[in-house]
Design a protein around this ligand. Sequence first.
Ligand SMILES: Cc1cc2nc3c(=O)[nH]c(=O)nc-3n(C[C@H](O)[C@H](O)[C@H](O)COP(=O)(O)OP(=O)(O)OC[C@H]3O[C@@H](n4cnc5c(N)ncnc54)[C@H](O)[C@@H]3O)c2cc1C
Length: 399
Amino acid sequence: MSEASEFRADTRAWLEENCPAGARGPGQVPWGSRKVQLEADAALWLERMAERGWTVPTWPKMYGGAELDRQLYPILIEELKRIRARTPLTGRGVNYIGPTILELGTDEQKARWLPPIARGDGGWAMGYSEPGAGSDLASLSTRAELDGDNYVINGRKTWTSDAMDCDYIFVLVRTDFDKPKHEGISLILVDMDQPGVQVHPIRLISGASPFNETLFEDAVAPATDIIGGVNNGWTVGKRLLQFERSTHAGINTSGSQGGRTAESRLPEQVKPYVEIQQTAAGQNIIADPDLRERLTRHEMDYTAQRLTQARVIEETQARAPGFASSAVKLSNALITQAADELLIEAMGTRGVGWQGDAFQDREIEATREWLRQKSLTIAGGTKEVQMNIIAKRVLGLPD
Ligand SMILES: Cc1cc2nc3c(=O)[nH]c(=O)nc-3n(C[C@H](O)[C@H](O)[C@H](O)COP(=O)(O)OP(=O)(O)OC[C@H]3O[C@@H](n4cnc5c(N)ncnc54)[C@H](O)[C@@H]3O)c2cc1C
């Protein structure tokens, strides 16, 4: 038996035995937060997968991974999909800061931070955006000043997702005010459990508060927790963004989620809301020719997107792509938003329910997803910023 066949057989047997029923199909996915209570099966699944190195399958074993290569990694993903097993661990730890430390951290930093990240011990927030620095991120003004062995941090970050439940935050700070703005930035890891870090929820129109303002008032972080060297934060921060965009794009094999994009659910979702007619050949088709054509077009785009994801994963195994991550992130976001629009249009008045008994749960979910996923072309860098990157870095067009 070849190594691949043997791995598949062993993996299949192990997964059948060790993936609890409650970790299959939709449900809770841990992201490392110590403040979020885990369901029993999600906790057990995380523990078992971490033990095997399969929360971060491509990482070195010494840092909690399994060192799976380009041949074996896709087999694991296929076998997980086969039994509808959920990702055991997700979040900014395994997907953003972990791969960044693995690539750019010192040996000490890797030994200190990667094993707990691989076990899901600690949830991470992302401290990039500021009230005066979003797309123009290099204008950030949160400052970090050296005081003995520590940096003392002061400033204000905004839109910090999930910060209220996070244990750590990676922060872009200004460590040199005299240098040109891109050259005086560093990326530092900060423990959120200290009086100098204050989290203030931002209340959305929905009433929920997934975002926060995170204030740093004399917060302290060890100087040894600057990743990639002092004043190299622009390079390090941009690489981290590529890991983030690759995750959004479904192509980040450096973390936990590469290649996990599901089948399109759109045709099934649309069916209950549209008139179906039978063709002379006895085929059931959507009666409205315009909707039918647009749905077909969407399914083709969706299939092309999935094939592109698979190709990029194969080409870049264990190394999230560089600028191409912007292209796949953007197309993924646009295709997802187009599907939302089609569904809501097909649902008619059933697609505008926010709450209440007049609407089914799946209808309320569709409306909320349609609105929530508008953020896909803002979070992780806006649509226009991605297009600028594609124009300059992928297509090589002049500034
Ligand atoms: C769901 C979600 C989660 C987020 N989570 C986090 C988080 O955890 N941590 C964090 O730090 N940030 C987070 N953000 C913030 C996000 O990174 C910023 O919203 C984003 O980078 C845009 O910045 P901005 O909101 O300041 O918009 P602006 O930069 O003010 O942009 C406003 C508009 O101008 C356009 N624009 C700006 N510059 C250009 C240009 N050069 N060329 C063409 N058009 C341009 C933009 O495309 C946009 O349409 C999150 C955002 C969302 C929506």
